[in-house]
Design a protein around this ligand. Sequence first.
Ligand SMILES: [Zn+2]
Length: 540
Amino acid sequence: MRKLSSVLVATILIAALVSVRAQERVEQDVYWKIRQEATTHSQIMHTLHFLTDVYGPRLTASPNVKAAGDWAIQQMATWGLQNGHLEGWDFGRPGWLNERLSAHIVSPVKDALVTEALSWTPGTNGPVRAAAVQITMPERPTQEELTAYFAQIKDAVSGHMALIGPPQKVPVTLNQPPPRREERDLEAQFNPAAVPFAGAGRGPQGPPNQGQQANQERRVLTPAQADDLLNAFLLANGVPVRINDAGLDHGEIRAFANRSYDPSRMPPTVVMRNEDYGRIWRLLDDKLPVELEFDIANQSYPEGRTSYNTIAEIPGTDKAGEVVMLGGHLDSWHAATGATDNAIGCAVMMEAVRILSALQVKPRRTIRIALWSGEEQGLLGSQAYVRDHFGTFENPKPEFAKFAGYFNIDDGTGQARGMIVFGPPADATVLRETLAPFRDLGVVGATVTNSRRLANSDYSSFNAAGLPGISIEQDPIQYDSFTWHTNLDTYERVIEGDAVKSAIVIAAAVYDLAMRDDLMPRFTKDQMPQAPRPPQNQRN
Ligand SMILES: [Zn+2]
């Protein structure tokens, strides 16, 4: 078992001693034990190792994410959690995983290329070798213009490896964004004089601008329509591999999914690091013939049509019918092992329930952990769960009224700095009181939102239903700059000390919500914002 540095342990424990006040002795006793358990018996890196090194990448509907869920249930059972189970939901499409990918330039030079497969695309059925060709799509074409362009390039493209669009120019970054948030900004966000509504203020969309109107008059294809036609053209002309530019620096690649999730509608497709893509493009600009070789093996998993959320509980006592939830998404993208997005979030939440279980707290309400899947495809697992268990404010199920809150973590390895809860301003006061004893661990306060928009991460599936979803805001560290959805998102990018601090704060906050006399205040019927429209694009 790994040991935390003695300096970190001392920092976390000594600060706690200083902040103890007599009138809060009972809570402070639990808080002290939470800090002690978290710092002396942390399982976070062990959990992270299994979720990343053993089961990563955990693409939704793949066998990996299900195996990770099975492992988590078994692990949490050894910690004393009860009612562990996988809960199915309908993904409606087969799963997919890349098993092998090699990419080489074989002429005019020989070298290995750095690429990732686009998910839900087909493989190559063994090594394929062909000359490379540039395709520069016309800007904002109509269907007629695109058809004419395809007719013009057909012979040159047929049977070639197709590079789509000139390489993006990625400037050298001279000023990296700061890894930690400023105290002053955090104070302004989480402890303002008057509590604002963090997500408010999105007015109705204005009329389309002149550019949009002009596009409508010309019947310009949307980027998605143009891309679908491009894929059909590439398939019809026997293009063995489509190559997209990653457009990032330092070899970073973000590879997402075939928009249709149907491998028959795209050729084998890779996302290539900008440096290799630019090199090939420049060689072709020189009129040098370039030959490439790929070997891509992708596997389809029909059983993935049913995907799973991973659930386990610490049963409550006198208020066992009421539930406090905590969680994060277990699924990841596939270019790396999904360490900061979101294995570490799952490891932190599992650690929080491990700590509470180890202390043998007897919570009044049931504490339930949920590790979601389908988050990256649009918060699908958590939406299905909320729909099945709670319904919505407008159409509630019996459990809707007994819900005490859902804590969500999904912003990488950085320590928790504040929380945003969906509900009236009084909810911020509740959470601030809960978090106040942990100011020394970097958590500053809490604020509220009244936004029911589906966005960012799984907390918004609860917000959208009108339930108190709680988003944990974290230090960015290298999330936006290097690890979010990239091929660099690995075990090595996690800061253990930050994760331990988050687990302490979350364990204490979950415990408090499980012990309070009353549920957190909710919006009245008059205050409840309108229900959102159906799913939109999300970020995490
Ligand atoms: Zn995420």
